[in-house]
Design a protein around this ligand. Structure first.
Ligand SMILES: [Zn+2]
Ligand SMILES: [Zn+2]
Ligand SMILES: [Zn+2]
Length: 285
C-alpha cells in the first residue's frame, strides 16, 4: 500500500493568476497570502509500496518553475493532463530539469486533443533536433482514454470525462491499490481523491466515478456565471451533490476574496490556496 500520500495544491488561480497584471481590485491588492494565486495545478507525492518516493504532476502551469521551487519538488515520475488550455500546459518546458534529475524519459498522459496540441506547440520537444547540447524535456507520451484507469506505483488514476464549455476534458480520481492490484477497501486519507478543475458540467456517466470520495478538488471560477466554468453558486451546488467528506475549490479569479467567500461556504467545503497540502489530516490546515 502507498504511504504518506499528499496532494499539494501548487496553484489555485484562474488563467490570469491573482494578482492579475494591471489590476488594483480588492483581491489583487489583498495582503492575505491566500489571495495570491498561481495558475491551477497539483503535485501528488507519496511513498510507493516498494518504499520509493514518487511525485506525479497534474498539469504543468505557466508557473511550474516557481511552483516546483516553492513546494521543493525534487522529482517527477509522470505528468497527467486535464486538458490542453495554455494555463494548464505552458510550463511543460520546465520539465526538462526533471528529465535531467530523473535521468530518463518521463511518462506524459493526456487525451487525444491535448497530445495533438502539445506535439504542435512543443515541436522542439516532440520532434527533437538531435543537435548536441540542446536541453529539452525527455518525455514518453501516452494516450489517455476516458474511463481507462492507469495503475502506477500503487495508485490507480482514473480519467473522469468532464465538460469545460464545449470541450470534453478529464478529471482524475485517485485510489490506493491493495496488494492484489485492486482498489483498496480501506484507503489512507486523503484518498480517494478527485481533481476536477475547469468544469462546467458532469456527464451522467461520470457521476458514478465521483462517489465515495474522501476529498474532492473542484473548479470554481468567480461569482458571475461563465459558459465554461462553475460559478461560486454552481460549484457549491455540485459539491453538495457529490458529497465528498471534504471539498476544496480551485481555479479562482480575482473576483474571489478568500476571507469573504471562504467564510460563507457550507460545512466541509473550503477554498484552497497555493501551497495547501491535502494530506492525512488536512482539515483546518
Ligand atoms: Zn484553466
Ligand atoms: Zn484584480
Ligand atoms: Zn481550461
Amino acid at each position: 500500500m502507498v504511504r504518506d500520500f499528499e496532494c499539494v495544491v501548487l496553484g489555485s488561480g484562474g488563467s490570469s493568476g491573482v494578482p492579475a497584471i494591471g489590476c488594483a481590485c480588492a483581491a489583487c491588492t489583498s495582503e492575505d497570502p491566500r489571495d495570491r494565486r498561481l495558475r491551477t495545478s497539483a503535485a501528488v507525492r507519496f511513498t510507493d509500496p516498494q518504499g520509493q518516493s514518487r511525485t506525479l504532476l497534474i498539469d504543468t502551469s505557466p508557473d511550474l518553475r516557481a511552483q516546483a521551487l516553492r513546494a521543493g519538488l525534487r522529482r517527477c515520475d509522470a505528468i497527467f493532463y486535464t486538458h490542453h488550455h495554455v494555463d494548464h500546459t505552458f510550463g511543460l518546458d520546465e520539465v526538462r530539469r526533471f528529465s535531467l534529475v530523473m535521468n530518463g524519459e518521463i511518462d506524459l498522459f493526456a487525451d487525444t486533443t491535448t497530445l495533438a496540441f502539445l506535439e504542435r506547440v512543443y515541436q522542439h520537444i516532440f520532434r527533437r533536433d538531435p543537435a548536441p547540447g540542446s536541453f529539452v524535456a525527455a518525455l514518453a507520451a501516452k494516450r489517455l482514454r476516458a474511463g481507462q484507469a492507469v495503475d502506477r506505483y500503487g495508485l490507480r488514476l482514473l480519467p473522469i470525462p468532464l465538460l469545460h464549455g464545449g470541450v470534453p476534458i478529464l478529471g482524475f480520481r485517485i485510489d490506493a491499490l491493495d496488494g492484489g492490484g485492486g482498489v483498496a477497501a480501506t484507503q489512507p486519507a486523503p484518498l480517494p481523491l478527485a481533481w476536477c478543475t475547469d468544469v462546467s458540467g458532469i456527464p451522467p456517466a461520470s457521476w458514478p466515478l465521483l462517489t465515495g470520495l474522501r476529498t474532492l478538488v473542484l473548479g470554481m471560477l468567480r461569482h458571475r456565471r461563465h459558459p465554461a466554468h462553475y460559478s461560486v453558486d454552481e460549484a457549491v451546488h455540485v459539491a453538495g451533490e457529490i458529497d465528498a467528506a471534504e471539498t476544496w475549490f480551485v481555479h479562482m479569479t480575482h473576483d474571489i476574496v478568500h476571507r469573504e467567500v471562504d467564510a460563507a461556504l457550507p460545512e466541509r467545503m473550503r477554498l484552497a490556496w497555493d501551497g495547501l497540502v491535502l494530506g492525512p489530516d488536512t482539515s483546518g490546515r
